[in-house]
Design a protein around this ligand. Structure first.
Ligand code: BG6
Ligand code: MG
Length: 218
Protein backbone atom coordinates (compact mmCIF):
# COMPACT_ATOMS: atom_id res chain seq x y z
CA UNK A 1 0.00 0.00 0.00
CA UNK A 2 1.38 3.40 -0.96
CA UNK A 3 1.56 5.56 2.16
CA UNK A 4 3.92 8.30 0.98
CA UNK A 5 5.19 10.09 -2.12
CA UNK A 6 8.85 11.07 -2.37
CA UNK A 7 9.32 13.93 -4.82
CA UNK A 8 12.51 14.80 -6.61
CA UNK A 9 12.80 18.60 -6.50
CA UNK A 10 14.65 20.07 -9.52
CA UNK A 11 12.50 19.58 -12.62
CA UNK A 12 9.64 17.87 -10.75
CA UNK A 13 8.36 20.55 -8.38
CA UNK A 14 10.49 23.56 -9.35
CA UNK A 15 12.00 24.94 -12.58
CA UNK A 16 15.49 24.85 -11.03
CA UNK A 17 16.55 22.20 -13.56
CA UNK A 18 16.76 25.12 -15.98
CA UNK A 19 18.77 27.23 -13.50
CA UNK A 20 21.28 24.36 -13.22
CA UNK A 21 21.63 24.44 -17.01
CA UNK A 22 22.08 28.25 -17.10
CA UNK A 23 24.75 28.15 -14.38
CA UNK A 24 26.72 25.28 -15.97
CA UNK A 25 26.41 26.97 -19.37
CA UNK A 26 27.93 30.20 -18.04
CA UNK A 27 30.85 28.31 -16.50
CA UNK A 28 31.40 26.14 -19.60
CA UNK A 29 31.30 29.18 -21.93
CA UNK A 30 33.89 30.97 -19.78
CA UNK A 31 36.15 27.90 -19.99
CA UNK A 32 35.53 27.43 -23.72
CA UNK A 33 34.04 23.96 -23.16
CA UNK A 34 31.22 22.92 -25.52
CA UNK A 35 28.01 22.40 -23.53
CA UNK A 36 24.39 22.17 -24.67
CA UNK A 37 20.96 21.03 -23.51
CA UNK A 38 21.58 17.52 -24.80
CA UNK A 39 24.64 17.08 -22.58
CA UNK A 40 22.65 18.73 -19.79
CA UNK A 41 20.14 15.85 -19.86
CA UNK A 42 22.89 13.59 -18.48
CA UNK A 43 23.40 15.91 -15.49
CA UNK A 44 19.85 15.50 -14.19
CA UNK A 45 19.80 13.81 -10.80
CA UNK A 46 23.56 13.38 -10.51
CA UNK A 47 25.76 15.22 -8.00
CA UNK A 48 27.58 18.49 -8.65
CA UNK A 49 31.05 16.90 -9.01
CA UNK A 50 29.76 14.06 -11.20
CA UNK A 51 28.00 16.67 -13.37
CA UNK A 52 31.29 18.53 -13.74
CA UNK A 53 33.09 15.34 -14.80
CA UNK A 54 30.49 14.84 -17.57
CA UNK A 55 30.99 18.43 -18.78
CA UNK A 56 34.79 18.04 -18.74
CA UNK A 57 34.57 15.06 -21.14
CA UNK A 58 34.44 17.74 -23.87
CA UNK A 59 37.31 19.83 -22.50
CA UNK A 60 40.53 20.09 -24.49
CA UNK A 61 42.78 20.04 -21.45
CA UNK A 62 42.92 18.12 -18.18
CA UNK A 63 41.96 19.93 -14.96
CA UNK A 64 43.61 19.35 -11.57
CA UNK A 65 41.49 18.42 -8.53
CA UNK A 66 41.89 21.98 -7.20
CA UNK A 67 40.77 23.46 -10.50
CA UNK A 68 37.77 21.11 -10.57
CA UNK A 69 36.76 22.18 -7.08
CA UNK A 70 37.00 25.82 -8.17
CA UNK A 71 34.90 25.21 -11.29
CA UNK A 72 32.21 23.46 -9.25
CA UNK A 73 32.22 26.31 -6.70
CA UNK A 74 32.00 28.89 -9.46
CA UNK A 75 29.02 27.11 -11.04
CA UNK A 76 27.36 26.88 -7.64
CA UNK A 77 27.81 30.62 -7.03
CA UNK A 78 26.04 31.35 -10.35
CA UNK A 79 23.33 28.85 -9.42
CA UNK A 80 22.81 30.27 -5.93
CA UNK A 81 22.44 33.78 -7.42
CA UNK A 82 19.66 32.37 -9.65
CA UNK A 83 17.84 30.48 -6.92
CA UNK A 84 17.98 33.51 -4.61
CA UNK A 85 15.58 35.15 -7.05
CA UNK A 86 13.10 32.25 -7.09
CA UNK A 87 9.49 32.88 -6.15
CA UNK A 88 6.39 30.69 -6.11
CA UNK A 89 6.21 31.32 -9.88
CA UNK A 90 9.04 28.80 -10.20
CA UNK A 91 6.74 25.97 -9.11
CA UNK A 92 5.98 23.64 -12.03
CA UNK A 93 2.43 23.06 -13.36
CA UNK A 94 0.41 20.78 -11.10
CA UNK A 95 3.07 20.61 -8.37
CA UNK A 96 1.19 22.40 -5.59
CA UNK A 97 -2.21 20.91 -6.46
CA UNK A 98 -0.75 17.39 -6.46
CA UNK A 99 0.93 17.80 -3.07
CA UNK A 100 -2.23 19.29 -1.54
CA UNK A 101 -4.45 16.52 -2.98
CA UNK A 102 -2.11 13.87 -1.53
CA UNK A 103 -2.02 15.51 1.89
CA UNK A 104 -5.82 15.83 1.86
CA UNK A 105 -6.18 12.07 1.43
CA UNK A 106 -3.66 11.30 4.16
CA UNK A 107 -0.70 10.43 1.94
CA UNK A 108 2.59 11.60 3.49
CA UNK A 109 5.11 13.62 1.45
CA UNK A 110 8.89 13.89 1.36
CA UNK A 111 11.70 15.23 -0.80
CA UNK A 112 14.44 13.02 -2.28
CA UNK A 113 16.93 15.28 -4.07
CA UNK A 114 20.63 15.02 -4.94
CA UNK A 115 20.98 18.76 -4.45
CA UNK A 116 22.81 20.40 -1.55
CA UNK A 117 20.71 23.48 -2.29
CA UNK A 118 17.38 21.69 -1.72
CA UNK A 119 16.66 23.25 1.71
CA UNK A 120 17.28 26.77 0.32
CA UNK A 121 14.99 26.13 -2.68
CA UNK A 122 12.21 24.78 -0.44
CA UNK A 123 12.48 27.88 1.79
CA UNK A 124 12.72 30.31 -1.11
CA UNK A 125 9.60 28.95 -2.86
CA UNK A 126 7.64 28.71 0.41
CA UNK A 127 6.86 24.97 0.14
CA UNK A 128 9.13 23.56 2.89
CA UNK A 129 6.23 23.03 5.34
CA UNK A 130 4.43 20.72 2.87
CA UNK A 131 7.06 17.97 3.32
CA UNK A 132 7.42 15.86 6.42
CA UNK A 133 10.94 14.73 5.55
CA UNK A 134 13.74 16.04 3.37
CA UNK A 135 16.54 13.77 2.13
CA UNK A 136 19.07 15.71 0.04
CA UNK A 137 22.62 15.95 -1.26
CA UNK A 138 23.92 17.06 2.15
CA UNK A 139 23.04 13.74 3.74
CA UNK A 140 24.10 11.12 1.20
CA UNK A 141 27.34 9.53 -0.03
CA UNK A 142 26.07 8.24 -3.39
CA UNK A 143 23.86 10.26 -5.71
CA UNK A 144 21.22 8.84 -8.07
CA UNK A 145 21.13 6.28 -9.76
CA UNK A 146 22.13 4.91 -6.36
CA UNK A 147 18.93 4.46 -4.32
CA UNK A 148 20.47 5.97 -1.13
CA UNK A 149 18.54 9.27 -1.13
CA UNK A 150 15.15 7.56 -1.56
CA UNK A 151 15.91 4.88 1.03
CA UNK A 152 16.94 7.67 3.41
CA UNK A 153 13.64 9.50 2.80
CA UNK A 154 11.69 6.27 3.49
CA UNK A 155 13.64 5.68 6.68
CA UNK A 156 13.01 9.28 7.83
CA UNK A 157 9.30 8.55 7.32
CA UNK A 158 9.80 5.17 9.03
CA UNK A 159 8.10 3.42 6.10
CA UNK A 160 9.10 0.36 4.03
CA UNK A 161 10.45 1.28 0.58
CA UNK A 162 7.58 -0.45 -1.24
CA UNK A 163 5.08 1.87 0.50
CA UNK A 164 6.70 4.98 -1.02
CA UNK A 165 6.14 6.18 -4.59
CA UNK A 166 8.88 8.24 -6.26
CA UNK A 167 8.26 11.11 -8.72
CA UNK A 168 11.23 11.76 -11.05
CA UNK A 169 12.24 13.72 -14.15
CA UNK A 170 15.70 12.15 -14.54
CA UNK A 171 16.85 8.82 -15.94
CA UNK A 172 19.21 8.46 -12.96
CA UNK A 173 16.29 9.17 -10.63
CA UNK A 174 13.91 6.65 -12.21
CA UNK A 175 16.64 4.01 -11.97
CA UNK A 176 17.30 4.99 -8.32
CA UNK A 177 13.61 4.69 -7.45
CA UNK A 178 13.32 1.30 -9.12
CA UNK A 179 16.48 0.08 -7.36
CA UNK A 180 15.00 1.23 -4.06
CA UNK A 181 12.03 -1.06 -4.78
CA UNK A 182 9.61 1.86 -5.03
CA UNK A 183 6.90 2.46 -7.63
CA UNK A 184 7.94 5.37 -9.88
CA UNK A 185 6.05 8.13 -11.68
CA UNK A 186 8.22 9.48 -14.52
CA UNK A 187 7.54 13.04 -15.70
CA UNK A 188 8.98 15.38 -18.32
CA UNK A 189 11.65 14.09 -20.69
CA UNK A 190 11.70 10.63 -19.07
CA UNK A 191 7.94 10.04 -19.36
CA UNK A 192 7.53 6.54 -20.79
CA UNK A 193 10.74 5.29 -19.14
CA UNK A 194 10.73 1.47 -19.21
CA UNK A 195 11.37 1.25 -15.45
CA UNK A 196 8.51 3.61 -14.55
CA UNK A 197 5.15 2.34 -13.31
CA UNK A 198 3.34 5.37 -14.70
CA UNK A 199 4.22 8.47 -16.72
CA UNK A 200 2.93 11.95 -17.45
CA UNK A 201 4.31 15.03 -19.26
CA UNK A 202 3.78 17.13 -16.09
CA UNK A 203 2.08 16.71 -12.72
CA UNK A 204 -0.80 18.75 -14.14
CA UNK A 205 -1.53 15.93 -16.62
CA UNK A 206 -2.16 13.20 -14.07
CA UNK A 207 -4.40 12.76 -11.02
CA UNK A 208 -1.78 11.10 -8.84
CA UNK A 209 -4.05 11.03 -5.77
CA UNK A 210 -6.71 9.09 -7.74
CA UNK A 211 -4.08 6.71 -9.16
CA UNK A 212 -2.83 5.94 -5.64
CA UNK A 213 -6.40 5.44 -4.38
CA UNK A 214 -6.92 2.81 -7.13
CA UNK A 215 -3.52 1.19 -6.53
CA UNK A 216 -4.26 0.86 -2.81
CA UNK A 217 -7.66 -0.76 -3.49
CA UNK A 218 -6.10 -3.60 -5.53
C1 BG6 B 1 19.95 17.49 -8.78
C2 BG6 B 1 20.00 18.04 -10.19
O1 BG6 B 1 18.68 17.69 -8.25
O2 BG6 B 1 20.93 18.11 -7.97
C3 BG6 B 1 21.41 17.90 -10.75
O3 BG6 B 1 19.08 17.33 -11.01
C4 BG6 B 1 22.40 18.57 -9.80
O4 BG6 B 1 21.45 18.49 -12.03
C5 BG6 B 1 22.27 17.96 -8.42
O5 BG6 B 1 23.74 18.40 -10.30
C6 BG6 B 1 23.23 18.59 -7.39
O6 BG6 B 1 22.83 19.92 -7.14
P1 BG6 B 1 23.63 20.96 -6.24
O7 BG6 B 1 22.60 22.04 -5.98
O8 BG6 B 1 24.03 20.26 -4.99
O9 BG6 B 1 24.78 21.43 -7.02
MG1 MG C 1 15.17 16.30 -11.18
Amino acid sequence: MIQAVIFDLDGVLVTTDDSHYEAWKQMADEEGIPFDRQINQRLRGVSRMESLEIILEKSERPYTQDEKRNLAERKNSYYVALINQLTRDALLPGALDTVHALLDMGIRTAIGSSSKNAPAILRQTGIARLFEAVADGNQIKHSKPDPEVFLLAASLLQLPAADCLVVEDADAGVVAGARAGMPVLAVGAVAGHPLADLSAPTLADIDLAAWIRDYNRK
